[in-house]
Design a protein around this ligand. Structure first.
Ligand SMILES: [Zn+2]
Length: 486
């Protein structure tokens, strides 16, 4: 429309009417309530993450339950997780469709120089809303659209985000068994029509914990993997017993893979730079370094060519394809170990035999992905996808508008049993998400009228202006935090 005005393609009166149309639509939306209230029998979706379940674990031992889902549904061979391939960043990417630089959970351990606060999995800081509110997770969006959600231990799901918890959730407690988590999920999906959740998320700590302790190459991991398959079988059986198996779309994936480490592959930072010159923020294998004031170049100079088994970046030089640069919580220096290498300050302290966090293009960092249910094709194998594509896919299945995100439904639409159709409502998601639509509508109207006058004057005074390129609806380029207008 603005392009139409700029190019002189319509009369001023027609354009003014066109500018007022969104106002009319907004008030009409308000009279009828949020779009979510008119969605009947919203499809159901359960997203399950087995932490650290590498893509090829299903090839090591018989996994009849994973195989069953593949036969009845879809599997994706190569899923590229978000960088860095750690637990908190990737679980938040799965439910926001955003890279870590945009959703703000850039690491498991963070320092925010603006807040002058630290975030650590070891402290209650993870329950502070401000860390999470650079993005909106799917459970908040679906609730704003009139749906209901339930969360069993998913990272961030027991934090109040934008004033909201999931309708049903379990406060994080690692001692709660997988079976208990499943029982709660089944209860939530089985409730009365008014109370039943539409979207569920379920998290389990294994096989990540064993992968760290044993190393992924250990034969002892075979038992662990078989045990996860049994747990998946338990979930499938409980869904069947509750009459949910054919109704609920089930997605089983993970946040990252796991690489084998070795005590022969240790990089000791103390050999290269004094601890007095920096603060160590996030841990191996991708280490966030905060140099002391005025020491950036000195620390960088000491590290950059220190060891061939690590790559040292100044923040501004982090490769674009990582989408890991544009956030104050990303430290001024980032050290990335090469696959299988461990960065320590010295050899004292605990050592793990498996780890993740490395370059997200490494095969060892990629997670499993299988899915089944009424929305999915059957017996279909897809070559590759990005984990941020899962968010627009889930929004499509749940019939809600996705918020701006880094993923693409187009990239993954072949997983679906039916070709996606354009959303029926053309209302922007932020408007339906909150109840201040009339106020916003009036504000937008005033801005539009003023904008019209400015543009009209420019149209009269200028002979020709270059056309404006509009951003496509699907974001294929890095989406920065400031694009979200949260
Ligand atoms: Zn993890």
């Amino acid at each position: 429309m603005l392009g139409c005005l700029l190019q002189g393609g319509c009369s001023p009166l027609v354009c003014l009417w066109a500018l007022m149309l969104p106002l009319v639509s907004l008030h009409r939306l308000n009279q009828h309530g949020r779009r979510g209230h008119i969605v009947k029998d919203r499809p159901k979706l359960l997203l399950v993450s087995f932490d650290g379940f590498r893509w090829d674990y299903i090839d090591r031992v018989p996994t009849p339950n994973f195989n069953s889902i593949m036969d009845e549904g879809v599997m994706v061979k190569q899923v590229e997780s978000a960088y860095i391939t750690k637990t908190f960043p990737n679980h938040y990417s799965l439910v926001t469709g955003l890279y870590a630089e945009t959703h703000g959970i850039v690491a498991n351990e963070m320092y925010d120089p603006v807040l002058n606060q630290s975030f650590s999995m070891e402290t209650d800081s993870i329950y502070e809303s401000r860390w999470w509110e650079e993005a909106v997770p799917l459970w908040v969006t679906i609730q704003n659209a009139g749906g209901r959600s339930g969360a069993a231990m998913w990272p961030g799901s027991d934090v109040k985000i934008h004033g909201m918890f999931p309708n049903q959730y379990l406060p994080y407690n690692a001692s709660v068994s997988f079976e208990t988590r499943v029982e709660r999920i089944i209860e939530w999906f089985s409730a009365t029509k008014e109370e039943a959740v539409d979207f569920g998320v379920l998290y389990w700590e294994e096989p990540d914990e064993s992968g760290h302790n044993l190393g992924p190459q250990s034969s002892l991991m075979d038992v662990v993997i078989a045990g996860i398959d049994e747990k998946l079988g338990f979930l499938m059986n409980e869904l069947k017993k509750a009459g949910l198996y054919e109704k609920v779309n089930l997605i089983v994936t993970s946040d990252h893979g796991m690489a084998q480490l070795s005590t022969d592959k240790i990089i000791e930072l103390d050999s290269y730079v004094s601890r007095d010159l920096y603060t160590w923020v996030d841990k191996s294998p991708v280490v966030g370094i905060l140099p002391k004031e005025g020491k950036l170049d000195e620390v960088y100079g000491k590290l950059v060519d220190a060891n061939p088994n690590m790559v040292v970046y100044k923040k501004e030089d982090i490769p674009e394809h990582f989408h890991y640069r544009h956030n104050v919580r990303i430290m001024p220096i980032l050290i990335e170990a090469k696959e299988g290498w461990t960065i320590m300050q010295n050899r004292t302290g605990p050592f793990m035999l498996g780890n993740h966090g490395y370059d997200n293009t490494l095969r060892s960092m990629q997670p499993v992905f299988v899915a089944r249910g009424p929305a999915f094709r059957q017996h279909y194998v897809k070559t590759s996808m990005s984990s941020v594509d899962l968010y627009p896919l889930m929004c499509h299945i749940l019939s809600i508008h996705p918020l701006p995100n880094n993923g693409s439904l187009f990239n993954v639409k072949d997983l679906l049993s039916a070709e996606p159709t354009p959303p029926t409502a053309s209302v922007p998601p932020k408007v339906e998400a909150y109840s201040y639509a009339p106020v916003m509508g009036s504000f937008i109207g005033v801005v539009m009228v003023l904008g019209f006058l400015v543009v009209y004057i420019r149209q009269v005074t200028l002979k020709q202006l270059p056309s404006i390129k509009h951003r496509s609806r699907e974001m294929s380029q890095p989406l920065l935090q400031e694009d979200l207008h949260l």
